[in-house]
Design a protein around this ligand. Sequence first.
Ligand code: PHE
Length: 350
Amino acid sequence: MNEKIIALQNEITEKLSATTDLSELENIRVATLGKKGSVTALLKGMKDLSPEERKSFGAEVNSLKELVTRKIEEKIKELKEKEIQAEIEAMPLFDITTPANLQRGSYHPITLVQRQCETIFKSMGFAVIDYPEIVTDYECFEALNIPKHHPARDMQDTYYLDNGQLLKSHTSAAQNAILKKYGKDLMEKGMPIKAIFPGRCFRNEATDACHENTFFQMEGVMVDKDISISNLIFFMKTMLSEVFRKDIKVRLRPGFFPFVEPGFELDISCLICGGDGCPSCKQSGWLELCPCGMIHPNVLSEGGIDPEEYTGFAFGLGLTRLAMMKYGVKDIRNLNSGSLKAMSQFTDDE
Ligand code: PHE
């Protein structure tokens, strides 16, 4: 190889690898490949050579030109990448496009009381079970000792689908399936069924401050040998005292539900006046909170459990009502309003 070419190649390569910025690189490009550049000058000088010399010299200068062109391109790429990397590193760690004063999300008051109740019942050995919102007439009524055309159905008018199924009007609709699924297995092992099943319920209601067509309940059942009303009262009183964080008195009044016998309305001592009587409790000192009762023998046998041997209680806690009481929500319609302003002010006090 021609010595001149070798010397030039070394010189250019050295300069290129020493360059650290793009404008300097552009200067090198002009000084080598530009019109008056050193490589261009070699090409131009070829005209003074003999034809034989020209051939080999020409090939060598051309490969030098290619080499320099390629090295410059590589260097451009390398320096651009470095530039971007430096820009990224210089960026602040937080996202400057995030709007200021971003509000934190919050739980809905019903979710809050539901979770509190679940925690309390779980600590007392109850399983929490999820159940569909669309159920059959059998699950919602017939298995619960409410035959077709029974007047008790009038209290729970709901929304029917074209296929005959319906939106569940109460969480009791899960009772039959739960007794069937877990009953036999647990009874054989000599263990009780203890389950709660919270869920959304629907009724065809005219809405006002106290009524909604969509609301939440939390059903609970316990079945074993020798279960009595005292067990029911114990669990309800314990749970409510935990939820309200004070000792709550409860009382039972007779109430009719075809799937319990005897059936009750459970009242709690008024949270506002403590039982002395005030406008909130209509001067009675009591607030109606939770229908309940001892599971009807027909419901047990429909669930595959022998009513001669086993008894159980069931309750249908109104979660929506409980949330309203606990958080002082006056109008039930606020709960489904989707208003973040109204719903974001509640926090878990655990
Ligand atoms: N399912 C009944 C209702 O929604 C409440 C209830 C549940 C009553 C369990 C007794 C026992 O009206």
